[in-house]
Design a protein around this ligand. Structure first.
Ligand code: A5P
Length: 226
């Protein structure tokens, strides 16, 4: 409950960065969803924006709230993308993909002038990797990706949905949750090694992408990492 308040605090603080006539990238996950709900209120009050969405869920919520949504290929440059994260370190490196949307989230972030992360304070960590690293993989040959990861000493498991069957992403792929906590390699090398395995679409590691991190606390305080 209090973590929810911290998420809402961060989401609300990001609202001041959105102005009329902007193209806004919408992230996924509960913090991004709080942001979308606040944005819907602003649109009701007259804010005029176009949104580009990182998941079917975010698109559904935005459209339901009468936000004008465009396909990413129908816009040139996104002015700002606001998105959550699963872990962030002091260098603003992030692990994302807890909501299985990191591939689209990364595409949006790269297509944006600015990406702002909104998180509750529990997401700030000294070292990334406490949580599993989501890796999106093609269904074709997916078991061989897992075998290769094992050869690299990374244990992993395919993410399941609520019905306990394999989760299918919006891109019709699978997610492998990879334990990187025991690796001695740098995060950059881990990312590069995993990216090179045929069948891997992308990892949930984001480097040099977040321009700003808005951290919400349970007591309503906000801190900014610039
Ligand atoms: C979605 O795929 C993720 O990258 C989210 O940004 C992440 O899981 C954060 O989720 P919460 O805001 O629900 O913590």
């Amino acid at each position: 409950m209090s973590q929810e308040k911290a998420k809402k605090t961060a989401a609300k603080a990001a609202l001041s960065m959105v102005h009329s006539n902007m193209i806004v990238g919408l992230g996924s996950g509960s913090t991004a969803e709080f942001f979308i709900s606040y944005l819907i209120e602003k649109v009701k009050q007259g804010l005029q924006i176009i949104a580009v969405c990182s998941s079917k869920k975010s698109e559904f919520l935005a459209q339901k709230g009468n936000i004008l949504v465009k396909n990413i290929n129908d816009v040139n440059l996104i002015d700002i993308t606001i998105d959550g994260a699963d872990e962030i370190d002091t260098k603003k490196r992030m692990i994302k993909g807890g909501g299985a949307a990191h591939v689209r989230e990364k595409i949006l972030a790269y297509a944006s002038k600015k990406m702002v992360a909104i998180v509750d304070s529990s997401k700030i960590v000294k070292k990334l990797g406490g949580k599993k690293l989501p890796v999106e993989v093609l269904p074709f040959g997916h078991k061989h990706v897992q075998t290769t990861l094992k050869r690299y000493s990374f244990e992993s498991s395919f993410r399941k949905n609520e019905e306990n069957s394999i989760l299918i992403t919006d891109n019709h792929n699978y997610i492998l949750d990879v334990d990187i906590s025991k690796s001695n390699k740098t995060l950059e090398n881990i990312h590069a090694d995993i990216r090179l395995i045929p069948g891997v679409v992308d990892t949930g590691l984001f480097f040099n992408i977040a321009k700003k991190v808005i951290i919400g606390f349970e007591d309503g305080r906000v801190e900014i990492l610039d």
